[in-house]
Design a protein around this ligand. Structure first.
Ligand SMILES: [Zn+2]
Ligand SMILES: [Zn+2]
Length: 121
């Protein structure tokens, strides 16, 4: 392992331990995740780009997968097993992700995760 790699690893763990986003190190990470809503959103944008590149293939693959998940009482977004009495189609985790990753960046561009939290309470 070269010095650069060791440095990157150190940065990763320091940020993770502080509860900060491991990518940008500026924003608070989403609970149970290593990235802030912004960096996660960037990932989403990347996935969307890939989807645009080959929509047909992606759609067929996703539809198959989702149908299977739905039949097995799994969340159609992440595929996790849902509790028997889950009232929503998506699991609780995905609903929260939707709020922090997608809805929050849309409504509070330029704001930080902290200001979002104070505003919403
Ligand atoms: Zn970040
Ligand atoms: Zn889910």
């Amino acid at each position: 392992m070269n010095n650069k790699k060791i440095y990157q690893k150190n940065v990763y763990y320091t940020r993770k331990n502080k509860g900060l986003c491991v990518r940008c190190g500026k924003n608070k990470a989403v609970p149970n995740r290593t990235e802030c809503p912004y960096c996660s959103y960037k990932d989403l944008a990347k996935r969307r780009k890939r989807y645009k590149h080959n929509p047909q293939k992606t759609i067929i693959k996703m539809q198959k997968q989702r149908k299977l998940w739905k039949e097995n009482n799994r969340c159609p977004t992440c595929g996790k097993q849902k509790p028997e009495d889950c009232p929503t189609i998506k699991c609780q985790n995905c609903i929260q992700n939707l709020t922090t990753k997608i809805i929050y960046p849309l409504f509070y561009p330029g704001g930080s995760y902290e200001t979002f939290n104070t505003r919403s309470t």
